[in-house]
Design a protein. Sequence first.
Length: 652
Amino acid sequence: MEESELGARRKLEKVTVKFAGDSGDGIQLIGSQFTVSTAIYGNDFAIFPEFPAEIRAPAGTTYGVSAFQIQFGAINIMTPGDEPDALVAFNPAALKINLNLLKPGALVILNIDEFDEINFKKAEWHSIIKGEENLDEILSKYEVIKVQMNKLVLDALKDVNLPHKEKLRSRNFFALGLVCWIFVRPLEPILKFIKENFGKKPEIAKANELALKAGYNYGETLEIQHKFVKIEIPKYKFEPGKYRYISGNEAFALGILAIKEKAKIPIVFASYPITPASDILHYLESYRNFGIIALQMEDEISAVNTAIGASFAGALGITATSGPGLSLKSEGINLAVMTELPLIVIDKQRSGPSTGMPTKTEQTDLLFALFGRHGESPLIVIAPISAGDCFYSIIEAAKLAIKYMTPVIILSELYIAMGSEPWKIPDISKIPDIEVKFWKDGTKFYPYSRDENTLARPWAKPGTPGLEHRVGGLEKSHIYGRVSYDPQNHDFMVKLRAEKIRRAQADIPDVEVYGEEDAELLVLGWGSTFGHIRAVVERAREKGWPVAHAQLKYINPFPKNLPDVLKKFKRILIPELNLGQLLLLIRGKFLVDAVGFNKVTGTPFKESELMMAVERELMNMEKEGKLSKPVHIQEGRFEEKEKGGAVKHATA
């Protein structure tokens, strides 16, 4: 955009926009296209799509609302944002469940044609139905644009040969066009998408294109005066290179392709569909020409056992699931521990227990991944910190699984599985090869002999002369691999397998601390909380507060420098989307002064929640005489509303 075109527009560093409507309104489609347009424009961004749990939730109900939130700007964007600056609501249900999330003065765009008595009843908005309130009163704190989207779309498509109902399906593109005008997003990439994806249905393609342009032109002709209208958000200064936007699931799929390239062995991905892990299978299915074997299995148990069988045969077996599926895979994972075969299990954590809230995010599988199997069953656990990091995490998991002949669980989360961010495409030639050593000498083969450094047993392909051996769930004798019931041998083998995992520390990088050397409060996170914590710690440091941040990617074994890092700080604050699972491990293992900040609402942390937690902890430390200098935080900030929000502190 040229400067002359911008005129007197205001500049903003960042903006948060949310689209919300019925699950049949095409919310995810226009959200993803707005993201593409934003990426091409040149802003940094982070997104968070929200889905209803029911496949066919009744239209117009609050539990059928689909939403898509994006924060974009000229600065490094680490989260999808807290309160939206602008909300597009397609019906009363979408407005009702998002109203309390908005900032005062936010821009609210309504498809007013859907705000009738029938839809208010579907949304169970009783105060309006009973006449106790009206919509204008409720929205008095916001800037509101009421748009007759249904009518305007039908007018724009009057010459298109489609039924009335089909024409109305294009109103999502009308809304997208209006929002693109408001936030100065280019239409060209969206028009290209319409042509490429609807080209075989020319009337539908024409309808979507006309609706998109009609929405954009509506913004041009409408006199809207608001601080979030026709603003300039300067481009973000990315590092040089090629970029694309990527979700966690896409990153896992591309990481698996990279493993195939770098390990030079077959890859067998065996999985059963489960939200939110199913997309990895979908992506890999489209990459069959790269030699990936992607299998949809009949259940979770057959999926993990097929992956184990592939590893026994000399391939790398990988499987993906979510909480309920991880429960079903437990016995199979134990089999891989006992047989000491490489296996990767991707667990996309979601709200539980049982099926819980299957389209909501949590971090509640940590203790289960570590201890949720019978017997002493140690394995490696890795937790990616962002969508793009999923690519590198699964490559690292493959290296460790093969080198140490062990299962590796990757604890991802729905938030980064479905969320997206700009991702610098790596130079595959600069990614180191993954060393694979198959035993070939049949004259010196013992199935449970050990590498003297890693304690890994040899990987022997079936059918290789002289390498016949027995595997299975029964305990094996040291070196020779015979079935053994000897108590002393069992004790020895259990400790040997545990020591093997501990030795993987040698291949795990040190945990890094972000902050000043003299910081006194460490905010320690794991997994997807990285962006929220880092953003808050940056704000705290700008205020001159003695706060630092460390994020754990490797949970078992912990980085070898972690004990020394923890001892440097007077207190550790551990935010988690659970009731204190990492807190339990840190306090129990390292005996440090750690407190938790926890919630299990099915939603990511807000920066405002974490900022308040940091402030509160600093005040507590100051009262206890544990700060070297005062931080000057206003006492009254902590009369906060806890409505379904974060619990103040978890106990040890």
